[in-house]
Design a protein around this ligand. Structure first.
Ligand code: ZN
Length: 533
């Protein structure tokens, strides 16, 4: 070997530890632990399937996730977590903690379902289990199971190796109503938390940093009061609250022409009176207002209040209450954590889909007149805010936003559903108690666990995440909640709907002591592809 080259080699050997030192020492055990954790999670595939199927079978709506929360906290307690229930005044919200000291890393995911989404899993065609009943038409049955698998795997390593740190799990209650996370923040649930890893179902590993392409939201219920009268006998003595509601909706549609293009707003009439021959003395309309930032969405809300008051004046009724039901900041994800998480997703790779999974996916896609490209098989690159906007096919809101502006956070989108489903729909429930969801949760849990381990073992990642949070993300933007201090969680949401269906749904709860899988309990062959009508 020529001397010059030999010297170069010698030099680079000498430089190596110094270079590593400059980046912050990587714990030499990290790589080995990640391999071990992936194997341990594979070994818990049965538990993954059980938890995913069990929560699917509960299919509970927001604020009424009683069986779901009882079940999930039960598993955590059995595994040594300390559970606090009813946090932030929300009966189905909880916090589960294990370990001690720093860092404190939290893992969250949503748990609520979608109205009228009842659907037999594994069947590529409309096949209700219970007509009108709710179900997991968003796939929220899979996220907390994923977090539990990740937490248990990391806990085992931490226990054995005496690694300090605290793992905290928490549920996204009533995410569909953006109903809980701002209240969890207000109650101080995230005080002292160093980083938060959220998990949300998707059809791929979608990991990004910066502003998410979704909108800031305020949702509010406008309640009007009038005066009842015989609608034919003495209509001149009545004042119709329904007229006020319809006036408000109509005026909003005219106003829509003059709003900025990025807004999204929509409404349903939750009270339109009792019967036609009684002039409605009460009526209510529920709006979602969405815009790019808190200032714009607040302006929308103020405009709506003015329109509501005007609608009341024009109908000689009163606008009694304007009740905030939910609110959400636009999420912003932490760059250093997203980078660590993405590297783990590349390491884990996509689930090994088999022919049945692909047949299921393609049948569902054809049923919905979408390209039948099947399930994704590659991990996309880490997305910048611009790339995330380009990859986004629509725009919603998620109250994880409020958490991301209080704690360095990233959402792990994991592949457990079929590409091309419309979202918030029964078709989104089809895959969610099948091997597609089970395999996706196992793969996602590995990524979540490895990222949790990165944060536990590499103080530099936590420090970088904090620096990004203070010096970049919140340098000029300061968080303030979108609800007023007097607003309280809408814990009454969906009470009546769940009461109507719960007894029927109970008959379909998954019994893992009798059946290997929920598909087996329901007598469904996977995949079932009905003939196209
Ligand atoms: Zn969701």
């Amino acid at each position: 070997m020529p001397t010059a080259i030999r010297r170069l080699v010698a030099c680079s050997f000498l430089l190596l530890p110094a270079a590593l030192g400059a980046q912050g020492a990587t714990d030499p055990r990290l790589d080995r632990f990640k391999t071990e954790i992936a194997r341990a999670i594979d070994g818990k595939a049965k538990l993954a399937q059980q938890m995913v199927d069990q929560v699917y079978s509960f299919g509970e709506l927001g604020m009424q996730e009683t069986e779901t929360s009882k079940y999930l906290t039960g598993i955590l307690e059995q595994n040594g977590f300390k559970v606090e229930r009813g946090v932030a005044g929300i009966p189905t919200a909880w916090v589960a903690k294990w370990g001690s000291g720093s860092p404190v890393i939290s893992l969250g995911s949503d748990i609520d379902g979608i109205p009228q989404a009842s659907q037999k899993p594994g069947v590529a065609g409309r096949d209700r289990m219970i007509s009108g009943a709710p179900a997991h038409g968003e796939g929220h049955n899979s996220g907390v199971p994923l977090n539990i698998l990740a937490a248990l795997a990391v806990k085992d390593v931490m226990t054995r190796e005496k690694i300090p740190g605290t793992i905290m799990l928490w549920p996204g209650v009533a995410e569909e109503q953006l109903g809980s996370k701002a209240y969890l923040v207000r109650a101080g649930v995230f005080k002292g938390v160093d980083a938060n890893l959220f998990a949300h179902v998707s059809d791929e590993f979608g990991i990004s940093w910066g502003d998410e392409p979704s909108l800031t939201l305020i949702s509010a219920l406008f309640k009007f009061t009038g005066q009842s009268a015989h609608a034919a006998g003495a209509p001149w003595r009545g004042k119709s609250a329904l007229d006020a509601v319809m006036n408000m909706a109509n005026a909003w549609e005219y106003h829509r022409e003059h709003m900025e293009l990025a807004q999204r707003s929509h409404y349903v009439i939750t009270d339109g009176g009792d019967q036609p021959n009684v002039v409605p003395s009460t009526a209510a309309i529920w709006f979602y207002f969405r815009e790019r930032d808190p200032e714009r969405v607040t302006k929308m809300f103020e405009d709506a209040k003015q329109i509501g008051r005007a609608a009341a004046a024009a109908t000689f009724t009163t606008l009694d209450t304007v009740q905030v039901i939910g609110s959400a900041w636009r999420p912003h994800f932490n760059k250093p954590i997203a980078e660590a998480m993405h590297a783990n997703a590349v390491r884990v790779g996509m689930p090994a889909w088999d022919a049945k999974d692909q047949t299921m996916a393609k049948a569902v896609q054809r049923m919905m007149s979408q390209p039948d490209s099947g399930l994704h098989t590659t991990v996309p690159p880490l997305r910048s805010p611009e790339e995330a906007a380009k990859a986004s096919t629509g725009t919603g809101s998620d109250d994880i936003g409020d958490v991301t502006w209080n704690v360095p956070s990233v959402t792990l989108y994991y592949p457990a559903n079929i590409p091309g489903t419309p979202g918030h729909n029964w078709a989104d429930a089809i895959a969610m108690a099948t091997p597609i969801a089970h395999k996706g949760v196992v793969a996602g849990a590995k990524v979540q666990a490895m990222t949790l381990l990165d944060l536990m073992l590499q103080p530099k990642v936590v420090a970088d995440a904090k620096r990004y949070f203070t010096d970049v993300q919140t340098k000029t933007v300061k968080y303030h909640p979108l609800m007023a201090p007097s607003d309280q969680p809408a814990i009454w949401l969906n009470e009546e709907k769940m009461a109507r269906y719960r007894d029927q749904m109970r008959k379909f709860y998954y019994d893992p002591t009798k059946y290997d899988t929920y598909l087996q309990q329901l007598g469904i062959t996977y995949p079932t592809i009905p003939p196209v009508p």
